[in-house]
Structure formats: structure tokens, C-alpha cells
Ligand binder design. Structure first.
Ligand SMILES: [Zn+2]
Length: 455
């Protein structure tokens, strides 16, 4: 038996943040098996949701196969078995019944039963990521055997795959996750930048943490495909890579520079302000990347904002049935210090700032949205936020609705984004241009080259 998916620390942190939005507990009885082409899934939760998870897994299968270069052979009526529990307690009771024993993690692929088990996490994205994670272990084990493998590799592979977007039909694995509470690219960059990080020592002992292991797998898989395939034979046999194996990927300092460049280039574009955001789509268009995100909140203002300051950000959103107000994030400093534009169904828009004392204050008089088809009601709108400067050079967020300028509000930065309260809302076609980096240093050095400077 192998205890995989040691996520307890992360889960504790996420649970704390999202306690208010955790879904209601369902019964602790597992429902009937839902049988797909490759997987068989049982859940204690709603069957409609379980059917969607099964669809996620069926869509994952060919993408797992594409990553590993092959798929396990299943018997005529054989499916990979998956169990989803509502709580850690229910999962551990099932693991005890199955003779696997209790675990401290959020999930496990158990050698003994060859089943994947996990329990519901505090957000839809994270629960799905764990589903993809544990079943990637299962797929890997069925393909290459139930074996302990070097941690950076075993966990790096499945974490790479689990970075995903799912819009209800299409699944994209192995992407830069548009948004997640657990931000691995950010953690990996911090690790690479820390003064005590020693790449040579980590190659020698294999002690890359998950965020770095995930990116190392990603780098080797994409940029050193043939050599990685060869190295995986050894790793899949459960043996670590030695200095001669690593030397096949080129000079060590060059490999480290490649890893750092990849991590820096593949940072997540959005950050969660509050509370639960799901990554629906990522699309590489001719004019740059576009994303779709779904927010869920109950009775609180919820926001997500660009990780970098923006020159502009735009998106489309339609006012759903059950929603209080809908709009945009105009700046972001902290949960108790940020500015939003929120419009009600009838099109009355307010710019409000949350103050550190925990109060909302109105920055401007209410405005009505520009008319669309003869009405100011929100309906379906395209919003664009542009960074401008006032006469003193202080930043302003200009809000354009369907191309018509509505207002310009004073802001402290241009971490623009999405905001709403109460309900579920899809923001689509989200695009943004990061603010051009300040060029003082470049001007001084006379170098027009932008690139990693810290290491
Ligand atoms: Zn794992």
C-alpha cells in the first residue's frame, strides 16, 4: 500500500478560508456505481455531480494516455474503481473496512484494493483536482505497476496533470491553472528565489517539493521528451535518477535556468480575493490568452483579480437568475482593503471600497449603466476596465460598459478583476494586458532586455 496525496496541511488551510461556502453534507452511504467506459465511480454526494465527475475521468483518460505514451489494458468488463466520500471520517472508515488503514491525506490510490479514494474538498475546482490527481496515480500504477517511485516524479506527474480547466464538456489537463487557492507556480517561484535553494543538492537527493516537482516534470516532459522517456523507465521501476542520468538533460546550470524561466513564464493569471472560483476554460487566441471563470458566493461580495497590475482587463457576464449584484474588481490590497464596481439588476452601479475597519463606503454617486436595447438593465454586458491617471498622476480605473465610458474611479493599483455577490456567475472571454514593467532600471543600465535578474 502506498499513501499518496499527503495534502493534509493544504486542506486545513483551504478549509479555514472556505468554511462558509462548504457544501451541505450528504448522506454517508455510497450511491450505486456509475459505470463509464474506463472508470466506475461511487459517491456519497448528489448523483448529478457524480455523473459529471465520471465524465471528467472519461475525458481525462486519453490525456493521461497521451502524457504516459500508453494506456493500461483493462479486462472486458473491467473499470478503474473510484470512491468519493463527503468527509475525511467517512473516507477513513471505508479505508479501514477495506483493510487499507487510515490516512492523514485528502485521498489515496491504494495498492491493496486498486481503488482511488478521496473526500470532498472546500471548492469545486479543488475536489476535481484531487479526483484527477488520485486517478492519475491509479492510471500510472495500472500502466507501470503498483510501486513506490521517487516522490518528485510520482507526485510531480499527477500534480502536473491535475492543473486543469473543466467547463462541463471539455477538460484541459496539464495547463497553467487560471486560478486556484493553492498556487503552485507562485510557491515554486518563491522556492527558486529563496537564498537557501540548492538545485544540485535537490537533483542529488530528489528532494524537490510538490510545486517544484510538478514544474520539473513539466519541463522534462515538454522540452526533453526523448531523454525523459528514457529516464522514466528507471523512475517507473522505482529507482532514483543518478548524476549520470541527470547529465543527459544537459548542463546543470542550464537546466536550472530553463526551470526558472518556465516557472516565471507560467504563473497563474488570477488570484482569489474571496471566496470560491472555478477555472472553466483557457483559450489561446490570436490576440492572446482568454479565460472563463465561475464564481460562487453566498451573501458576500466575492472577487478575483489579475495577479499582475493591468493596463486593461475585459470580460463578458450575464446577470443570472439568483444574483444580487455583478461587476468588477477595481483594485486589490487585501480582503479588508479593496475597491469594486457593483451593478444591480436594474443597472444601478456603485463604486464601493471595503475599508480596514470592515465597512463599505461609496466612492462615487450611483450611476446607471448605458442603455442597451433601450434599457439600462444589466442583462448581458461587456465590461472593460482601463488604467488611466488623474492630473496628479494617481491611478484611475475607467469603466467602459459595451464600449461606453461609465465612470473613472480613484484606485490604489490596477489589479483589475471580477466581482459579484450572492449566487453563481460565469465570467467569459476574460482578457487582460499586464501593465508594462517600470523601466527605471532598464534605462539606467541601458539594456532593453527583460528577463530573470534575481538568479
Ligand atoms: Zn499523490
Amino acid at each position: 500500500m502506498r499513501r499518496m496525496g499527503l495534502r493534509a496541511g493544504i486542506i486545513g488551510r483551504v478549509a479555514l478560508v472556505l468554511a462558509a461556502s462548504a457544501p451541505a453534507r450528504a448522506s454517508s452511504e455510497l450511491g450505486p456505481p456509475l459505470v463509464g467506459a474506463r472508470f466506475e465511480l461511487r459517491s456519497e454526494g448528489p448523483q448529478v455531480e457524480a455523473r459529471e465527475w465520471l465524465a471528467v475521468l472519461e475525458a481525462a483518460w486519453p490525456q493521461y494516455a497521451s502524457f504516459f505514451g500508453a494506456a493500461p489494458k483493462l479486462g472486458a468488463d473491467e473499470r478503474l474503481a473510484v470512491q468519493v466520500h463527503e468527509t475525511s471520517e467517512a473516507m477513513n472508515a471505508a479505508l479501514e473496512r477495506d483493510g487499507v488503514g487510515r490516512i492523514a491525506a485528502g485521498g489515496i490510490y491504494a495498492f491493496k484494493t486498486r481503488k482511488a479514494y478521496f473526500f470532498r474538498q472546500p471548492s469545486a475546482w479543488y475536489t476535481r483536482a484531487l479526483l484527477i490527481h488520485e486517478c492519475a496515480h491509479q492510471f500510472h500504477a495500472r500502466l507501470e505497476g503498483d510501486k513506490d517511485r521517487p516522490g518528485w516524479y510520482a507526485e510531480g506527474v499527477v500534480e502536473h496533470l491535475a492543473q486543469h480547466a473543466w467547463d462541463g464538456t471539455n477538460l484541459q489537463l496539464g495547463i497553467v491553472a487560471p486560478i486556484s487557492l493553492e498556487d503552485y507556480p507562485k510557491a515554486a517561484l518563491a522556492r527558486l528565489d529563496s537564498s537557501d535553494f540548492d538545485f544540485a543538492a535537490r537533483l542529488a537527493d530528489g528532494g524537490f517539493d510538490r510545486p517544484l516537482g510538478m514544474h520539473l516534470v513539466r519541463l522534462l516532459h515538454r522540452r526533453h521528451a526523448a531523454d525523459f522517456r528514457a529516464a522514466r523507465k528507471k523512475l517507473d521501476a522505482g529507482r532514483p535518477l543518478d548524476a549520470a542520468d541527470w547529465a543527459r538533460f544537459g548542463r546543470r546550470d542550464k537546466l536550472e535556468a530553463e526551470l526558472r524561466a518556465m516557472v516565471a513564464a507560467e504563473q497563474q493569471p488570477f488570484r482569489v480575493g474571496f471566496v470560491d472560483w472555478d477555472a472553466r476554460q483557457f483559450e489561446q487566441r490570436d490576440d492572446g490568452p482568454a479565460w472563463s471563470l465561475r464564481g460562487q458566493a453566498q451573501g458576500v461580495v466575492s472577487g478575483a483579480h489579475a495577479a499582475r497590475e493591468c493596463a486593461w482587463l475585459e470580460f463578458e457576464a450575464a446577470f443570472p437568475e439568483r444574483l444580487g449584484r455583478l461587476g468588477a474588481q477595481l483594485d486589490w490590497i487585501a480582503t479588508n482593503d479593496h475597491t469594486v464596481l457593483l451593478a444591480s439588476r436594474d443597472g444601478t452601479a456603485l463604486v464601493q471600497r471595503m475599508t480596514p475597519e470592515g465597512r463599505w463606503t461609496n466612492l462615487l454617486e450611483p450611476r446607471k449603466l448605458p442603455q442597451k436595447d433601450g434599457s439600462t438593465t444589466f442583462g448581458a454586458r461587456r465590461l472593460r476596465i482601463e488604467r488611466r491617471a488623474d492630473e496628479q498622476g494617481a491611478p484611475l480605473a475607467a469603466v467602459l460598459v459595451d464600449g461606453v465610458e461609465l465612470l473613472a474611479a480613484p484606485v490604489r493599483n490596477s489589479h483589475f478583476g471580477l466581482a459579484f455577490d450572492s449566487g453563481t456567475v460565469d465570467f467569459t472571454g476574460i482578457r487582460y494586458a499586464p501593465l508594462a514593467p517600470r523601466t527605471d532600471a532598464d534605462a539606467k543600465s541601458g539594456s532593453g532586455k527583460a528577463g530573470p535578474k534575481r538568479r
